[in-house]
Design a protein around this ligand. Structure first.
Ligand SMILES: [Zn+2]
Length: 394
């Protein structure tokens, strides 16, 4: 079949898209950097407003957080696709990593070039190319761009759940893996704070009625770190610990640690938490100790269902027709807003952005030509949905 020329010709825009990416990446929009997030949202609003017919609106999330940006097109069309992205990055304004530089003719190094300002450029380019096709108007879309993905999407989670109700399928523009693979499923993520209280006493008191909170917490943490051995697909990392005082001649009455939790299936959540509570109960059964667990899962796992299997087959077909080298999809240990959309019942393909590597580090890079080629896949997939060449995801 002949493909629409606006989609075929997307790679001709590579230099222009790279310039846009550099401009966006050099706006610092670290999570929590309100002024930078506002500047970035202004830049996005200006770019998306140029799509004829697009309805662009800021969405307030609360007083202490930058608004999200929502762009809607044909909201009453029978098929609705959500395109999800985030415009925050992990780099605060005082991070030394603020500028882009070319590694070679293809690879660009810079803050957020892959995660996910490159994804936002691809998202924009895909919609521009799709809107330039003669698609008949049966497909509407909504873009939701959020300011807090890198810190767990706490403020924007209700917004994502809301948007999930309006759509039949979603595309999440997180970066593709270095080898081109996209995301099949993602682990659910959570954080627990383990706080242990004991009893202070002079270290030299004999007999000693002190209760050493550090030692008790250490015992709990050793037990907790062995739980994944019994639960395949579960990851647990003790990330930090503090306690005691500068005076080593005092039995410390306080210690606290933060633990990163990851699960592959929703079914693992309750057994894992129950296992950790049981370990805490062992400590609590002793006189003078209180070990409490606070926190929990902020993103449930993103599991793969038949709607995603079908969409991935369509995605691969589109990629093949465009001439993108074959790629697969893989399980990812990190969470994304794809997890939240799945939890809200919206099937989605995640990792559909450009190819990137070394995310969340000063070595972050993007494969620049993949911005246009991944946008081509998305545009062709949308086009085929719109003309009824493939049915919606569910
Ligand atoms: Zn991201």
């Amino acid at each position: 079949m002949t493909l629409p020329s606006s989609i075929i010709r997307l790679p001709e825009r590579t230099a222009e898209l790279a310039a846009l990416l550099i401009a966006w990446s050099e706006i610092n929009s670290g999570s929590g950097h309100r002024a930078g997030l506002d500047r970035m949202r202004d830049a996005l609003r200006a770019a998306f407003s140029r799509i004829p017919g697009a309805q662009v609106a800021d969405v307030t999330l609360g007083n202490d957080i930058a608004p999200a940006l929502q762009i809607a097109m044909r909201p009453s069309a029978p098929t609705q696709i959500l395109l999800s992205g985030h415009f925050d990055t992990v780099y605060p304004p005082d991070d030394p990593f603020q500028h882009c530089r070319w590694i070679d003719a293809i690879r660009l190094n810079g803050p957020g070039v892959a995660d996910m300002k490159g994804g936002l450029v691809a998202l924009l380019a895909a919609l521009q190319a799709f809107e330039d096709t003669e698609h008949g108007g049966n497909l509407g879309w909504e873009v939701l761009l959020t300011p807090d993905e890198e810190t767990g999407s706490r403020a924007s989670a209700p917004l994502l759940a809301d948007a999930a109700r309006r759509a039949q399928f979603a595309l999440v523009f997180e970066p593709a893996r270095p080898n081109g693979d996209i995301v099949h499923s993602r682990k659910g993520t959570g954080t627990l704070v383990a706080t242990c209280r004991g009893r202070a006493a002079h270290a030299a008191k004999v007999p000693n009625d002190g209760r050493n909170a550090i030692v008790a917490l250490a015992e709990f943490l050793l037990g907790a770190s062995r739980v994944p051995e019994e639960m395949p697909g579960v990851l647990l990392n003790v990330g930090n610990i503090r306690g005691g005082s500068p005076a080593t001649n005092v039995v410390p009455d306080f210690a606290e640690a933060e633990i990163d939790l990851r699960i592959t299936t929703v079914a693992d959540r309750e057994p894992l938490l129950a296992r950790l509570e049981a370990l805490a109960a062992t400590i609590n059964s002793r006189d003078g100790f209180k070990l409490e667990l606070a926190g929990g899962f902020n993103r449930p796992p993103k599991e793969c269902h038949p709607a995603e299997e079908k969409a991935f087959a369509e995605w691969q077909r589109a990629a093949g027709d465009i001439g993108v080298a074959p790629f697969s999809w893989v399980h990812a240990g990190g969470g994304s807003d794809g997890n939240l959309l799945s939890a809200a019942g919206l099937p989605n393909l995640d990792g559909v952005g450009p190819v990137g590597d070394h995310l969340h580090s000063g070595r972050e890079i993007v494969d620049v030509p993949s911005i246009a080629s991944r946008a081509q896949i998305a545009a062709l997939w949308l086009y085929r949905k719109a003309i009824g060449d493939a049915s919606p995801g569910r």
